[in-house]
Write a protein that binds this ligand. Structure first.
Ligand code: SF4
Ligand code: SF4
Length: 130
């Protein structure tokens, strides 16, 4: 059974192919404008969370696939700045401060570049509310 991320990813690819299954009419799109979100500095975002790092990475990046990637979309999309381009066209990735948002997996155009899952129980990101 497809996970939610896989379904979102397929939908995004369908849109980029020009297929828009079930696209709403122009007037309802205008009415559904997304809300404006407040800006938070990177340091503020990182101060609000704690990471319980597992030994095994929950995201694995195949840097061989990344070398032929022309967008490097993960670099700008990752809110934790965990993807760093290298001078030889590759990508350095560190899973330890991952927010588990799944955005890298959604925006990645490289088939098989990212193997994505959640950390095993008791590990991963913890939101601190006070
Ligand atoms: S978007 Fe995907 S294929 Fe491109 S560099 Fe990032 S992880 Fe690699
Ligand atoms: S899941 Fe989110 S925070 Fe983690 S690496 Fe991907 S984009 Fe970055």
């Amino acid at each position: 059974m497809a996970t939610m991320l896989e379904r979102l990813r397929r939908r995004r690819r369908a849109r980029s192919d020009g297929r828009r299954p079930g696209a709403p009419a122009a007037e309802s799109r205008a009415a559904a404008e997304p809300p404006e979100w407040p800006e938070y500095a990177f340091a503020e975002r990182m101060a609000a969370v704690e990471f319980r790092v597992a030994d095994e990475p929950h995201i694995v990046v195949d840097t061989d696939v990344c070398r032929s990637c022309t967008t490097k979309a993960c670099v700008t999309a990752c809110p934790a700045d965990l993807f760093v381009p290298t001078s030889d066209g590759g990508i350095l990735f560190n899973y330890e401060h991952c927010f588990e948002c799944g955005v890298c997996y959604l925006v990645c155009d490289g088939e098989g570049a990212i193997t994505w899952s959640y950390p095993r129980g008791g590990h991963g990101v913890v939101m601190r509310w006070s």
